[in-house]
Structures are given as structure tokens and as C-alpha cells.
Design a protein around this ligand. Structure first.
Ligand code: ADP
Ligand code: MG
Length: 609
């Protein structure tokens, strides 16, 4: 808190900051706030999404305006309605100890007269989307001739969305002698142009390196045949039962199609794109925030409004046309100090783009392989076991227990476990049993080596991210523990509460022996030999040296083909609703996942890559 005070902020703001739980200023706040407080100046600030830009301009603006006056003194322009509302709410929260403060949001799709009325009451600050703002100025419903501070938030995005002319028009109604603060994640030519046009010798601030993605995000790509894209997406979801994700498609049509297909296949999914009404988009976002939707399929434009912390995965179903957009996409995860994964499903023809993106973000991608069906089954079974373990007992069932106990009286605990899992899993297992390998080997540099045919044992162990391991640290840990050489532990794949790894089969006894009665922080660690050989897990890049790349095996058993991959039925996805409050899709949000391709939607045949 003293750190905020040192920036020059006053007591009423500091109090609100404490309430919000902010402890230390972010870098962009540290750099921008003192300057903006101290002098009247224009500013260009470049910082990634999620770095706290709102407060960087919000605190100084609040401190500098006069709340006793009812004149509009500050204008904040932002690209989407969602962002506009978010900024408004943040400003209100920051200004909660500033009696008399009025912040009004102005955006399309809501009553213009209501907004005008609110402004008339005396809004010192207006947060607006350019289109509606221009309208209101045109109709003389708002007067910005006395503003002293103007913020262009997410300037790159506003220009991407074609707001250049609206912005020019709006600013022509504002006084010349004001301070303009431009905030942007990237600095394309258009942004420099607008900076030159509207600003006088702005102070420039850059946080981190331009265009470099957050350190909190790891980047992975999965090479598949274009026609397997959708199935690959489902496997990625199935292999991550707790996924809370945004899935990016290139077009509105694909966005809608993928979402519909996912819903039909029993996932909690929804689409968000520009063809939905504002009201529909709001409802979708509300369900997403409430976690009723686990997979939000979005276009790039629509996703600009998504400001949800805790997103675990961003999945690039298709790569964006403009690679700069990739940074925006991956910036949806890894927010607020959390880690996140940005996954890209690529076909062979797009692999080159990965390298271009690596240069841009100055980070390596990890080449991974789509999990095999059996691997997914293991993940899911363990997830179910954990769920059972963590479930609070519902005492409403107590009354039925005597009868239930009677029916099951003859079974031991072991038998019951087996039965419960059989009930839940038989269909799922059957479904994935004959699933094919979706991976294709990626040309030249990613050939798979002979050594992969060596006898190898794959293990399953119940330690993972939860225990602060990532694949590298787990590998180190295992090597130390087992006293093995540098390359003797490989194909390490760390999930949330468990992991897989391989050793040559000659080490199997050693591994099983050491883990026999092994405790970590007092917790009993279990290890099992996994049936899956780990052949579909690979890793490279990230300095990993490519020792343990995945391999290919043309296993005849895998030939059956799972064109019609449907998810198994065991996971009772809540669906969140009966569909009536989910306008974004045609499906009913039910989990009738087992239905074959009968619906006239054309199913996967319709998918064109
Ligand atoms: P940006 O506009 O750069 O994308 P936001 O201003 O939306 O980022 O901030 C992202 C999140 O971080 C918000 O939830 C915000 O409340 C939070 N936040 C901002 N500043 C701080 C801080 N100093 N400490 C902790 N959390 C912060
Ligand atoms: Mg922002």
C-alpha cells in the first residue's frame, strides 16, 4: 500500500485500493501514475493485456478531476461494450470514496436516452465505445468541449475494428488543450499515426518488450491433419477435465459451427461473435463467468471483451490471419499472476507460421501430440477418483441408504470401486478404445527416432502441478530420486494432480522399488505402470533438446478410425441450463452425447478446413 502512496495517490484512492486487495502497483502503473499525476502531458503506453492498464490511467484521472463540478472532464474510449462496462465498473470501484463522482458508460445496444439522462445529471467521466459516442455527439446529447483528459484504451484494437474515423470525429469536438493518454498492447503503424495526429510530444512508456507474450503462458502446438481438427480439439478438452477455455476460430461461421458441434457432443460450450445481438452476447458472457460454459468459442473481435481471469487454456482452433493477433489471443490466459496454456492446432501447411510467431513472442513453442484415447481414459478415471474423494456427502440421500446398502451388501470396497468405475467408464472406454492416433509427423526436423522402439515403461504417478511440479522440475526430481542419468527419464507429462513419465523398461524394478513406500511432504505417493506407452506424447523446444519427442506407430488396432468421435457419457456435464438462457447456439445444451450423426446439421462432414 505504501508503494501506491509513493506514486502520489491520495487517501481516498488508497482506501479503495486496499478494498480491492491490490498490494503493489503493476509495472505500467508504477511508470504511468507518477507522471500523469505530476504534469499535464500526453502519453503513449504500451503494455500487454492483463497488466493493469485501467488503473494506470484510472487513478490519475480520478485524482485530477473535480468531483464538485458536474462538467464532463474525462473521456475514455474503448473498443467494445464489454470493456466499456468493465472500465466503468473499475472506475466506480476506484472512486468509491469520492462522493459526488459520476461515471457513465455509453455504448450501443442500450437506450440512448437513458444514457443521455445519466450524463445530464453530471458525469465527470464518460466511458464510451466510439460508435455510440459519435452518435450522441451528433445528436447533441453530450458535450465534451470541456474535457481535460482523454484516454484511448486498447487503441490498436479500436483501429483494427475500424474506429479511426469515429475517433477523429469525436476528438474534433474536444478542446485542443487537453491531455491524451493512449494505451495499447501493440504498436502497429496505425497507432503511431493516430498518436502523431492527436498528441504532442507524448511521454512514451513500454512495459516488457513489445509484442512479447506473458511469461505466465506456455505455448504448445499440435500437428494434425486438417480434417482432424475438430476431433483434436475434443481430445484436448477431454485430456483436461477442468478446462476453462476460449477457443478461437477465424470466422463467425466457424465459431458458430464449432460451438454447435461441441454442444451436440455434450460439452458446455457456447459461441460468441458479432452476429449475436448484444443481449445474447451478454448472456453468453454471464454464463461463461459463472463457469456454466467451459469452452467459449470466439472470434477475435468478440473476444476483445473477454476479461475473465482464471482461463486455463486458450485454444487456437485455427491460427489467426495476422500473427499479431496471436498475442491478443494468448493474452486471454495467464492473467493476474496465474499460469495458462496457449494451444495451437495446426495442419502441416501452417507449421511455418508457428516459427514466425515464435520470433514475434520471443518464446519457443512446445511441439506436443494429441493424447491417445487410452491416455485420456486414464486422465478421466483419475479425475473421477479425485472428484469422488472431494465430493461432499449429500445427506438428502440418507433415507435411501438402507435399501441401497442392502442391494450392495455383498460387495467389498474393492469390488464396489471396480463396479462404480465400470458403470461410469465402460462406454467411455469403448468409445476411445479404438480411437486412432490423430498426430501426423511434422516434416523434416520433427522426425521420430528409432530409439522410440526400445522397450520403454510408462508410469503414472499422483504428483503434479498441484505439488508445484512442471515437466522440467519433475524430470529433475525423478532423476535425482532414481539416481538416473540425464536422458533416462523422459516423456514427462505433468497434469494438475498427476503425471506420466517413461523410463526404459530395464529401470522398471528400480522405479517401482523406490516408490513402493514413498512419501512427499507426508503424503503417500502412488505409482502405477501405465498401459499406454506414452507414444503419443512428445516434447521438444523450450530447451528440452528433443530427446523425448513423440513417435509414430502405425498400429493396425488404431485403424478403426474415430471420425465420429463422440465423447463418452461418463462426465455429467452440468449443461448449466436447459438451453433457454443460452441464445448463442441452436443446440439445447443437453448432454445427449451419444447420439450418432443424425441431426441435419451435417455434423463433421460439413466441416471444411
Ligand atoms: P489491462 O487493461 O492491462 O488488460 P486490467 O486493467 O483490466 O488490465 O487489469 C487486469 C486485472 O488485474 C483486473 O482484474 C484488475 O482488477 C487487476 N489489477 C490491476 N492492478 C492490480 C494491482 N496493482 N494488483 C493486483 N491486481 C491488479
Ligand atoms: Mg484494459
Amino acid at each position: 500500500m505504501t508503494a501506491f502512496k509513493a506514486l502520489g495517490l491520495e487517501e481516498n484512492l488508497l482506501k479503495a485500493i486496499t478494498d480491492m486487495g491490490f498490494e503493489t502497483p503493476s509495472e505500467v502503473q508504477e511508470k504511468a501514475i507518477p507522471i500523469l499525476l505530476e504534469r499535464e502531458t500526453d502519453m503513449v503506453a504500451l503494455a500487454q493485456t492483463g497488466t493493469g492498464k485501467t488503473a494506470a490511467f484510472g487513478f490519475p484521472m480520478l485524482q485530477k478531476i473535480d468531483v464538485k463540478s458536474r462538467t464532463t472532464q474525462g473521456l475514455i474510449l474503448s473498443p467494445t461494450r464489454e470493456l466499456c462496462l468493465q472500465i466503468t465498473n473499475e472506475m466506480i470501484a476506484y472512486g468509491k470514496y469520492m462522493p459526488g463522482l459520476n461515471v457513465t458508460a455509453v455504448y450501443g445496444g442500450a437506450s440512448i436516452t437513458d444514457q443521455a439522462r445519466q450524463i445530464k445529471k453530471g458525469s465527470q467521466i464518460i466511458v464510451a465505445t466510439p460508435g455510440r459516442m459519435k452518435d450522441m455527439i451528433g445528436r447533441r446529447l453530450v458535450d465534451i468541449s470541456k474535457i481535460e483528459y482523454c484516454v484511448l484504451d486498447e487503441a490498436d484494437e479500436m483501429l483494427n475494428m475500424g474506429f479511426y474515423e469515429d475517433i477523429t470525429e469525436i476528438l474534433s469536438h474536444s478542446p485542443k488543450e487537453k491531455s491524451t493518454w493512449l494505451f495499447s498492447a501493440t504498436m502497429p503503424k496505425e497507432v503511431s499515426t493516430i498518436a502523431k495526429k492527436f498528441m504532442h510530444t507524448p511521454v512514451e512508456i513500454t512495459v516488457g518488450t513489445k509484442n512479447v507474450g506473458s511469461d505466465q503462458v506456455s505455448h504448445e502446438y499440435y500437428l494434425v491433419n486438417a480434417r482432424d481438427r475438430y476431433n483434436a480439439l475434443k481430445r484436448l478438452a477431454d485430456a483436461n477435465p477442468e478446462i476453462f477455455s476460449v477457443i478461437f476460430c477465424r470466422t463467425k461461421r466457424d465459431t458458430q459451427k464449432v460451438a454447435e458441434q461441441l454442444i451436440e457432443d455434450g460439452y458446455n460450450a457456447a459461441a460468441i461473435h458479432g452476429d449475436l445481438s448484444q443481449n445474447q452476447r451478454d448472456l453468453v458472457m454471464k454464463s461463461f463467468r459463472a463457469r456454466q460454459i467451459q469452452m467459449l468459442v470466439a472470434t477475435d473481435v468478440a473476444a476483445r471483451g473477454i476479461d475473465v481471469d482464471d482461463i486455463t487454456h486458450v485454444i487456437n482452433y485455427q491460427l489467426p490471419d495476422e500473427i499479431e493477433t496471436y498475442t491478443h489471443r494468448s493474452g486471454r490466459t495467464g492473467r493476474a499472476g496465474k499460469t495458462g496454456i496457449s494451444m495451437v492446432i495446426v495442419s502441416k501447411s501452417e507449421v511455418r507460421k508457428i516459427h514466425t510467431i515464435e520470433k514475434m513472442i520471443q518464446k519457443k513453442f512446445i511441439a506436443k501430440e494429441i493424447p491417445s484415447g487410452m491416455e485420456i481414459c486414464e486422465v478421466q478415471m483419475f479425475h473421477l477418483a479425485n472428484n469422488i474423494k472431494d465430493t461432499k456427502i449429500n445427506h438428502e440421500i440418507d433415507a435411501y441408504l438402507p435399501n441401497i446398502n442392502e442391494v450392495l451388501a455383498d460387495f467389498s470396497k474393492e469390488e464396489l470401486i471396480k463396479k462404480v468405475f465400470s458403470v461410469e467408464f465402460t462406454r467411455f472406454l469403448n468409445y476411445y478404445k479404438n480411437s486412432k492416433d490423430l498426430n501426423i509427423s511434422g516434416g523434416g526436423e520433427r522426425n521420430f527416432s528409432e530409439e522410440d522402439n526400445k522397450d520403454s515403461t510408462r508410469y503414472f504417478v499422483n504428483i503434479g502441478n498441484k505439488d508445484d511440479f512442471d515437466w522440467m522440475s519433475l524430470k529433475d526430481f525423478l532423476r535425482d530420486l532414481l539416481q538416473l542419468g540425464k536422458d533416462d527419464v523422459y516423456k514427462v507429462d505433468v497434469k494438475d494432480s498427476f503425471s506420466f513419465f517413461n523410463t526404459d523398461s530395464t529401470h522398471q524394478e528400480l522405479v517401482m522399488g523406490i516408490f513402493k513406500d514413498f512419501k512427499l511432504d507426508g503424503r503417500q505417493i502412488n505409482i502405477e505402470i501405465s498401459k499406454d506407452t506414452g507414444r503419443s506424447k512428445g516434447r521438444s523446444g523450450g530447451g528440452g533438446g528433443g530427446r523425448d519427442r513423440g513417435k509414430r506407430r502405425s498400429d493396425s488396432r488404431d485403424r478403426g478410425g474415430d471420425r465420429g468421435e463422440r465423447r463418452g457419457s461418463f462426465k455429467k456435464r452440468s449443461g448449466g441450463s436447459s438451453g433457454s438462457d443460452k441464445p448463442a447456439f441452436k443446440g439445447k445444451g443437453r448432454r445427449g452425447s451419444e447420439r450418432p450423426e443424425t441431426k441435419g446439421t451435417g455434423g463433421r462432414r460439413r466441416r471444411k478446413e
